[in-house]
Design a protein around this ligand. Structure first.
Ligand code: OOG
Ligand code: NI
Length: 462
């Protein structure tokens, strides 16, 4: 659906597939772990995330119930008000290793926070328009209720129907919910308010394929006539990739048809033509999930880099030059991140990242990388009896998300957003459930792999 709606997205996916095929061909492999590699390549072929924005609590609540039927659960709370955006968000995604391997589809879902809009009139218009809006088909609601009554299950026929009806909620609808004057007024307050309130549904605003080499894709975008966002968000290139790096292409301008207040008078067209920018493309490269210690080190180094970049940017402005370009940004980040370990073994030994522990098929002795006080498990790794595999970071980074939002909302000159801090409680109340803690999931995955591995060693010895 999205590919036919936004053809440029299809071009981007093609570019990503080309780059990924090259990266896989050059890959040295995981010590003969063919099966695992194959699984990861299959995952990579289908791996996407999308994003939607909803306007009211009941919409988020129904989305939660709908996604739960697809084994997608809200993970983490993201407060975007710190970046001047009147939304908070979560990401619906699979949470078990098995379902992540089949298809790790995630939907970054934002809820509008009208309480942060300072203009009382705009707030009231938005409330009134949203109140009457219904983004789900009645068939969707009926099937969700049916499934819930059957313990979360549907027969095949109903399941197919549910997907078909539910999909319509996310489709682009060029017929606006409001008149042009209302759209203009909402947009003046904040483009995000217009994007949510002026439409009949929460159109998917981007779908993001995962690449193994984001620098290559960014460099090759002009080849496909794709105008990329100017810098890559997140950490720099690393030999052992960490967390998440993202870049996007600019939103496309699309026609929309506003409600015509004079349409019942003779001689007036039914609709009023206008334009809106909402839908864009994005790519991402995912690395290892970091422990709280790793995340703290990441933030410390990012802060250092941002301070240095701010200094360079001021100098450039002074000299009348353009803003900091991607090459400069990456160079500064690289310099700051020399303080971040760049081998899996060190990341593991210093407990900065999460790993899966697996028994090795053949023990291969190798020189010890340990110093200090190695634990028994470290010695087994040293002796090659245990192998470790990085656990992929499956979530998002608020600072990068804010950068992506901003690059696609255009110039926010008339920013009227209160900085009132997060409202996790309000979000969870709307959701009807607490969000899952992403960190706890990685920790559990690491621990479970360790337990299973030790258990298998014990049975083997007995
Ligand atoms: C969501 C932006 C956040 C990401 O990848 O961080 C996001 C939006 O623009 O609605 O998708
Ligand atoms: Ni995204």
């Amino acid at each position: 659906m999205y590919r036919s709606e936004v053809p440029l997205y299809g071009d981007l996916v093609q570019l990503v597939d080309e780059v990924n095929a090259g990266a896989i061909a050059n890959h040295q492999g995981f010590e003969g772990e063919e099966l695992k590699r194959e699984m990861e390549e299959n995952r990579l072929k289908v791996e996407r995330h999308g994003a939607i924005r909803v306007g009211k609590a009941s919409e988020l609540h129904t989305l939660r119930r709908l996604f739960a039927l697809m084994a997608m659960f809200p993970v983490n709370y993201y407060d975007l008000s710190v970046a001047g955006l009147p939304v908070h968000a979560t990401a619906f995604r699979p949470i078990t290793p098995d379902s992540l391997t089949i298809n790790p589809f995630r939907v970054f879902t934002s809820l509008l926070r009208l309480d942060l809009i300072t203009d009382v009139r705009v707030r009231q218009i938005a409330l009134k328009r949203l109140e009457k809006r219904e983004i789900f088909r009645k068939e969707t609601i009926a099937l969700v209720e049916k499934a819930e009554a059957q313990g979360g299950l549907l027969n095949e026929e109903d399941a197919v129907m549910l997907v078909q009806h539910a999909m319509e909620t996310f489709r682009w609808q060029s017929d606006a919910l409001v008149e042009k004057e209302v759209y203009d007024e909402l947009k003046e307050a904040h483009s995000l308010v217009a994007d949510v309130v002026a439409f009949r549904g929460p159109h998917i605003n981007h779908l993001t394929p995962r690449t193994l080499d984001i620098d290559a894709v960014q460099a090759r975008m002009p080849e496909k006539k794709i105008e990329s966002k100017h810098v890559i968000e997140g950490p720099p290139h690393r030999l052992c990739p960490i967390l998440l790096r993202q870049t996007s292409f600019q939103a496309v301008q699309e026609p929309i048809y506003f409600v015509n207040p004079n349409s019942n008078k003779p001689g007036h067209d039914h609709k009023v033509l206008g334009f809106h920018r909402a839908r864009f493309g994005e790519i991402e490269q995912r690395g290892v999930a970091l422990t709280p210690e790793g995340v703290a080190l990441y933030h410390r180094l990012m802060e250092q880099a941002e301070a240095e970049l701010a200094r360079i940017s001021t100098d450039l402005k002074f000299a009348g030059a353009k803003p900091v370009d991607n090459a400069t940004r990456q160079r500064v980040l690289q310099e700051c991140f020399t303080a971040f370990p760049e081998s899996w073994e060190e990341l593991r030994a210093r407990r900065l990242a999460y790993f899966r522990y697996v028994r090795s098929s053949q023990a291969t002795r190798r020189p010890s990388l340990m110093n200090g006080n190695p634990q028994p498990i470290d010695m087994l790794i040293d002796q090659g009896l245990i192998r470790v595999e990085p656990i992929v970071y499956e979530d998002f980074l608020p600072a990068s998300a804010a950068g992506i939002f901003h690059s696609n909302l255009g110039d926010l000159k008339h920013l009227q957003v209160q900085k009132s801090g997060p409202d996790r409680e309000g979000f969870e109340q709307a959701l009807g459930e607490k969000v899952v803690d992403g960190d706890a999931l990685y920790q559990a995955q690491q621990l479970e792999s360790m337990t299973a591995m030790l258990e298998s060693m014990r049975t083997n010895m007995a």
